[in-house]
Structures are given as structure tokens and as C-alpha cells.
Design a binder for this molecule. Sequence first.
Ligand code: ZN
Length: 179
Amino acid sequence: MKFARGFKSYCEQLVQQVRTELGLGELDPIDMDALACHLCIPVWSLSQMVLAAKESRCCLNVSEVYRKVSAFTFFEGSRRRVVYNEEHGLARHRSNLAHEFAHALLQHPPKDSGLSCEAEEANEAEAAWLGGAIMLPAHQARHIAAIGMRREDAATRFGISPEMLRYRLNVTGAAKMAA
Ligand SMILES: [Zn+2]
């Protein structure tokens, strides 16, 4: 996926701005609850949705939703709400939320708002990129490489999966720096 010129550096700036607004230190992991609050996005677990719909977790269709859904955004007018699958592990859960918050930060419209498939795909790729930058900004990736932090320690320290860590170290060029 080729992004518009300047998109990646815009993402780093956006993340830095949000981190400053949240009062995070350079090496603090992102706090998803604080970010949700900052963006004024209510966050619900699937179990809350299931309860509100008076359904049961054991229902076949509910189980199917749990199998398929990581997190999604739904709109009430222009207001967003994020629903997440609480059965995912912590690192994946954080990453799922980061992806949805990335859509919000990039002001992407709802999925069914008539965009072309290409535009939808571009929005997904953008949210995936910004979601990664939210989880591990480039300066943190470079720090990990610069001090030769053990990968397991880095993943724990920043609340990300080993796969996300590897991906961010690669795409930020930090992995090359460490080599
Ligand atoms: Zn998405």
C-alpha cells in the first residue's frame, strides 16, 4: 500500500501531539483508557453489547461474532463508539483499540458511507499504519534498537505483541539500526 506523500510523518506528529496532550513521557507505553477518554469515545466490551441485546454468550450467532470480531466502531450520528472483543489477550486488545482510535484520529467516515472499495482499503491501510505508530512510535522503536533491549522485555514494556514489535522495528528502520 502506497500512502500519500507525508502521511507517515504526519502520523508520527499526530501521535506525538496526542502523547503530549495525554502527558505521557517519551518512553511511556500508550494508555488506551486515557486515549479513549481524550478522544471522547465510549468503549464497550462485546459482553456489554450482548447483555444490552439480552442475548447469551452461548448463542451460536453470538459465538460467531466473538470468533470474527476484534473491535469495531459504530456511529450514533457523528459520535463514535468502539466495541471490543474482551476475549482477546491484552496486547492484541490494545492493538485492536489503537486501530479503531486511528480511524477516529484520521476522521475516517463510517464503513457504509458509500466510499469506493479502493477508498475503504486505503482507509484500512492508513488506520493499520497509524494504529502501529500509536502502539510504538518511531522514537520508541529507535530507543529499543539503540539500547539493544531484549525483544521480550520491549514487548512487555510497551504492551505490544512480539509481532507488532517486529513489524514496527522493521517499518521504522530501527531494526536496521540495531543490525
Ligand atoms: Zn479498520
